[in-house]
Design a protein around this ligand. Sequence first.
Ligand code: ADP
Ligand code: TRP
Length: 354
Amino acid sequence: MSKDIVLSGIRPTGNLHLGNYYGALSKFVKLQNDYDCRFFIADLHALTTSTDPDALHQSVRGILAQYLAAGIDPEKAAIFVQSDVPELSELYLLMNMHVGIGELMRTASFKDKARKALGIKTPENDSEEAFEQQIIGASTNKRVNAGLLTYPTLMAVDILAQKARWVPVGKDQLQHLELTRRFARRFNSFYGVEEFIEPEDFQFTDKPVKVPGLDGSGKMGKSEGNCVYLIDEPKVLRKKVMRAVTDEGPQEPNSPVSEPIANLFSLLELTSTPEIVQQFKDAYADCSIRYGDLKKQLAEDILKVTDPIRERTAEILKDEAYMRKVLARGADIARAQASETLREVRHIMGIRKI
Ligand code: ADP
Ligand code: TRP
């Protein structure tokens, strides 16, 4: 029996951090043994917000090296670059004919990114009309490009072209996945076919992982500036962790834990042993904890995870021939599937040879 197909991608907009690792990458590594996995680098998606060609190119190489260094085995899982599969661009054009601009404008990530691009704050009462006025009537040289609006169409096509059943992503991507299912259903019922599979998100636990940042609140994220990167040098990493926000310490036994400290415990739980976590929790409960010791321990335990990845990344980046070979194999697998899907979709939509 053939295995279910798993597909996921990350946009090449910088280096990967601990949030990407525990939220996405470490799951990819676990899944590759049991599923037909395809992991890609979403360079076309990155173009919706990044405009520096050299930075984009460097980031694609960096993400590939970090995928491999973190343990994705290219013999088990296909690794490819989105733009190496030109069939996706044609499918994206065809699928756009079945997508409404209204539903795209209502997508949370579009609203967020459009407002960020134009430097507009999210108003308290966020009505649809006010939003449309802001986007259409923005009197600025900055642009919200059509690619950003149609981001969900391209993401749907990535998934549907591969006939993927499972998509491991973080919480922030679930709305896009819901749209993918909607587009698939709509296409199938419009033409009376069973062309597309409705994909589902994949989680190992009931609660999606959220890795916190070092700044005391929220999640770790590139745009938050609160990241520990997988390729941080040990010196840099230790410094970042030692500077993490804390509080004045527990004043009496069994005090409640404030958010910055809870975040440090969450990071320790991800990277350390249960015994060490318990040791610091006990020390917090009896007020003997020293945050300096907690941070030192945390930095060393994070380094146990990231340091081998950092070293392997540097090695892989030196081996151009290997990287090219990995991507060529991945592109072959992804293109074989995508061209079959494209052939079927063209026929279904009436684009046929005379
Ligand atoms: P960023 O928010 O830093 O720009 P991306 O949006 O490129 O990261 O995320 C790529 C993948 O990593 C997605 O599947 C996302 O859900 C996951 N991810 C990113 N940050 C975190 C985090 N702090 N905790 C858990 N998962 C995360
Ligand atoms: N939108 C995803 C993100 O920002 C990246 C992505 C693009 C993706 N296409 C995908 C993820 C297809 C899963 C499947 O993280």
